[in-house]
Design a protein around this ligand. Structure first.
Ligand SMILES: Cc1ncc(COP(=O)(O)O)c(C=O)c1O
Length: 413
């Protein structure tokens, strides 16, 4: 009896999927309009800043609330008897989504936690050399500055070429910084400020030939465009699921290549004898597990849209914007033109205009919310990150806003 009630209450993932399918089936006119209707959006402005946090659609939000109510009802009974079993199911579903085995994956709260688990647990030796890019996320670079203060490592920061003609241009940027003592590379799968997708497999192959480990910052990639972690041939991979998978805030993943499982010290210890078990990296104590449970609901929603359709739609919105603006001599596009090197995210600046002033103008005068990016190597512009709920009309409004601002600025020169 208890068991039946219990399964009825938890039924991982079923709620979100059935609701969204139902809604979409009733609105056959336009799938993207129907998806938009799944979101509660502010009417005050157009949200084109989904890169920080993808707000979650109502079916997933309802699932989080349902999980929370259930956990609260069943209390320690749930925690003692079902929590870890459910967690395993979430990891298995996630492993399928990101193309690896569940034996290589743990749930974390975000990319920050995933990558710090690696860098703080890596057996650094004084003089080890690390390479990463000036375009990498600030806090991830700071993490290495702390490792340098603590262990005496050496760091080289490179510039990722903004408009590479071929993958080799990017691989060579990392290769040229490598030395005999290079131990470790951190590489963004997608550079968050420009949307540039890097050729990870080729960078890993180059680094491995020279005996270095590669940790991939995939904060923006899971649920954004299709790839299999196993194909990347990387050593470590971290991602935030509250970004493009649209899972609840505070959900992330960490992948550790099985070759490297026992070289790291876990940050939190459950049992020191778990040397060859990925779960040695997943012990973070008691936490709001309704968020982790709802990852399955987010995956179901993502699959109901269709991962390839979602990727194509996101890329189409970005390209509509950047293709229209690239021709304007007053506008600078800090995102590669080559179609396979980007997806939803782009970075757009206006010549002769401060980037913060540009973001303020877009918001205050045109009601469009973006984010100003400055002081990251040579990148100066607003990051534009549309989501599945954004419309073509909203992108057209942004194009018009940029054209108006650019024309105004051209008269000031
Ligand atoms: C490239 C990159 N790495 C890491 C992070 C940190 O992500 P989180 O705050 O979810 O840990 C971000 C956040 O935007 C990011 O863009």
């Amino acid at each position: 009896m208890i068991k039946r009630d219990f399964l009825k209450l938890f039924g991982l993932g079923s709620l979100a999927l059935s609701q969204s399918k139902m809604i979409w089936a009733n609105r056959s006119n336009n799938k993207w309009e129907a998806i938009r209707a799944d979101y509660e959006l502010p009417t005050e402005f157009i949200n084109l800043e989904s890169g920080y946090y993808n707000i979650i659609p109502q079916p997933t939000l309802k699932a989080v609330q349902k999980h929370q109510n259930s956990i609260n009802k069943w209390g320690s009974y749930y925690m003692r008897n079902h929590r870890f079993n459910d967690q395993d199911k979430v990891v298995a579903a996630l492993a399928k989504t990101v193309g690896t085995s569940e034996k290589n994956l743990v749930l974390t709260r975000n990319t920050t936690e995933s990558l710090n688990t690696i860098t703080k647990g890596f057996p650094w030796k004084k003089g080890d050399h690390v390479v990463f890019a000036r375009q990498d996320y600030g806090a991830m670079r700071q993490m290495f500055y702390q490792v340098r203060e603590r262990f005496g490592i050496e760091i080289t920061e490179i510039d990722v070429p903004m408009h590479p003609k071929k993958d080799k241009d990017v691989v060579d940027a990392y290769k040229s910084a490598m030395k005999p003592n290079t131990k470790f590379l951190m590489v963004c799968h997608m550079v968050n400020i420009t949307g540039h997708i890097l050729p990870i497999t080729k960078i890993c192959d180059m680094a491995h030939k020279r005996g270095a480990y590669v940790m991939v910052d995939g904060a923006h990639c899971v649920g954004h465009f299709n790839f299999n972690i196993d194909d990347l041939n990387c050593d470590f991979y971290g991602s935030s699921l509250h970004k493009w998978l649209a899972a609840p805030l505070g959900t992330g993943l960490l992948y550790v290549n099985p070759k490297n499982r026992d070289i790291l010290w876990p940050l939190f210890t459950e049992r020191v004898d778990m040397k060859d078990d990925i779960k040695r990296f997943s012990h973070i104590g008691t936490l709001p597990c309704q968020h982790h449970l709802a990852i399955i609901d987010a995956i179901n929603y993502h699959n109901a849209i269709g991962p390839t359709e979602k990727e194509n739609r996101l890329r189409q919105l970005q390209r509509r914007l950047t293709d229209a603006l690239r021709k304007n001599p007053m506008i600078v596009i800090n995102t590669p033109e080559d179609i396979k090197r980007s997806c939803a995210i782009s970075n757009v600046g206006v010549k002769n205009m401060n980037t913060h002033e540009l973001a303020d103008t877009l918001m205050k005068e045109f009601g469009i919310f973006t984010v100003a990016i400055s002081n990251y190597g040579s990148v100066e512009g607003c990051r534009i990150s549309p989501n599945v709920f954004n419309t073509v009309d909203e992108i057209d409004q942004l194009i018009e806003a940029f054209q108006t601002i650019a024309e105004r600025q051209s008269k000031l020169i």
